[in-house]
Design a binder for this molecule. Structure first.
Ligand SMILES: Cc1ncc(COP(=O)(O)O)c(C=O)c1O
Length: 375
């Protein structure tokens, strides 16, 4: 049997990793400024993470959601404490798309409406409603196109109001910093205006924190910089540091009923143990503070780079936009300088999503390599 060929691959075969470094099958060491697409939060193979997962799998790796699982309750408490999201309710699933799928479905159950409002350049995942709310026609199959979605320019409150006024939109879904789309963000006035319009027109506000959450921006959630209160917050990626886990935080105004949502694997014992250890390490090692400090250093260093148009994003979710396409430069960074970086929908942008444990000296290595190639 062959693999279904959907991924363009770099010719590198990682076999082990430690903190911000990845090692291939020939023993070559790579600096990981991509974090496996913003997934590695506390560093590869963190000893507390390895020990939490190992001891959990020795005890009980999985049982279904038909029994008591105190680890889920422990996780909900810890998440409330570290995120500051008081009295939200937690529903656990397995990925970012699944988190958004459940968020959109719950919104529709809650207010009985059926349309979605999303933003241009958004990315929310590849399942049914999540992909329909993603601004990329190439990945929307005819079966997904049945969803009724309006796409609005990020920052355009007037357009939002015209749509919400029609009283058909169950949810507005937004990435407060766009990830795949290219690190764009709007103003606090816009996010607060959006919250207000959602309240006024009985529409659920979903903050997609799948990529920006779990400390990546220096705040636990990116929306927190704008002092708003989303109705639902979707999470995944950095949550499990590589263990597949996702979830939604649900405001107390939205009430559950038995059977409303469900999943076989979501919230299993291993996923909870992995996520609990991630939260412990974020707290113990003050990784949100580190994200801010290293980000400030990064921005300073970027000032000296030739051909650089702008730096977008916040914390350790950053995009460097050049005045030329960067695909060759990314290859050179991997194969000549052994540095992994990411791309985005913008062909001129390099995306930087390192583990939150990254240090200034690693950023210096990256900028030395860039200087070398661009001067
Ligand atoms: C903001 C955002 N939402 C949702 C997703 C989908 O997550 P997953 O690939 O885990 O389904 C992604 C993935 O890149 C994302 O960046």
């Amino acid at each position: 049997m062959s693999l279904f060929n959907v991924y363009p691959l770099y010719n590198v075969t990682p076999v082990k990793a430690k903190d911000v470094y990845v090692y291939d099958d020939k023993g070559v060491e790579y600096l990981d400024l991509y974090g496996g697409h913003a997934v590695i939060s506390i560093g590869h193979s963190h000893p507390k993470y390895v020990s939490a997962i190992s001891s959990q799998v020795e005890q009980l790796g999985f049982y279904s959601n038909a029994i008591q699982n105190p680890l889920q309750i422990q996780l909900a408490h810890k998440l409330e404490q570290i995120s500051g999201c008081k009295n939200y309710q937690l529903f656990l699933c397995n990925s970012g798309a699944e988190a958004n799928e459940n968020a959109l479905k719950l919104a529709s159950f809650h207010n009985g409406k059926h349309k979605i409002l999303a933003f241009k350049n958004s990315f929310h995942g590849r399942t049914s409603a999540a992909v329909a709310a993603t601004d990329n026609l190439k990945i929307i199959a005819p079966i997904n196109a049945q969803q009724d979605v309006d796409f609005v320019e990020l920052g355009d409150l007037e357009a939002v109001e015209i749509i919400l006024k029609a009283n058909k939109t169950c949810a507005v879904i937004i990435e407060c910093i766009q990830g795949v789309g290219g690190l764009d963000q709007s103003t606090t006035a816009f996010y607060q205006g959006l919250e207000q319009l959602c309240k006024q027109y009985n529409t659920v506000l979903i903050a997609d924190e799948v990529q920006s959450g779990f400390g990546r921006t220096g705040d636990f959630f990116a929306y927190q910089a704008h002092n708003i209160t989303p109705d639902i917050i979707s999470i995944a990626k950095g949550m499990g540091n590589g263990f597949p886990v996702g979830g939604i935080l649900i405001h107390p105004s939205i009430k559950p009923s038995l059977g409303l949502l469900g999943t076989t694997f979501g919230g299993n014992h291993l996923a909870c143990a992995a996520t609990l250890s991630v939260l412990d390490v974020i707290e113990d090692e003050k990784l949100m503070r580190n994200a801010l400090e290293v980000s400030t250093h990064f921005l300073k260093k970027s000032l000296n780079i030739p051909n650089l148009k702008t730096v977008k994003g916040r914390g350790l979710m950053l995009g460097l936009e050049f005045d030329f396409p960067i695909s060759e430069l990314r290859k050179t960074l991997i194969f000549k300088h052994q540095i992994f970086t990411g791309g985005s929908k913008n062909p001129n942008q390099i995306r930087i999503l390192p583990p939150l444990t990254v240090q200034k000296k690693h950023i210096d290595l990256f900028f030395d390599a860039l200087q070398n190639e661009l001067n």
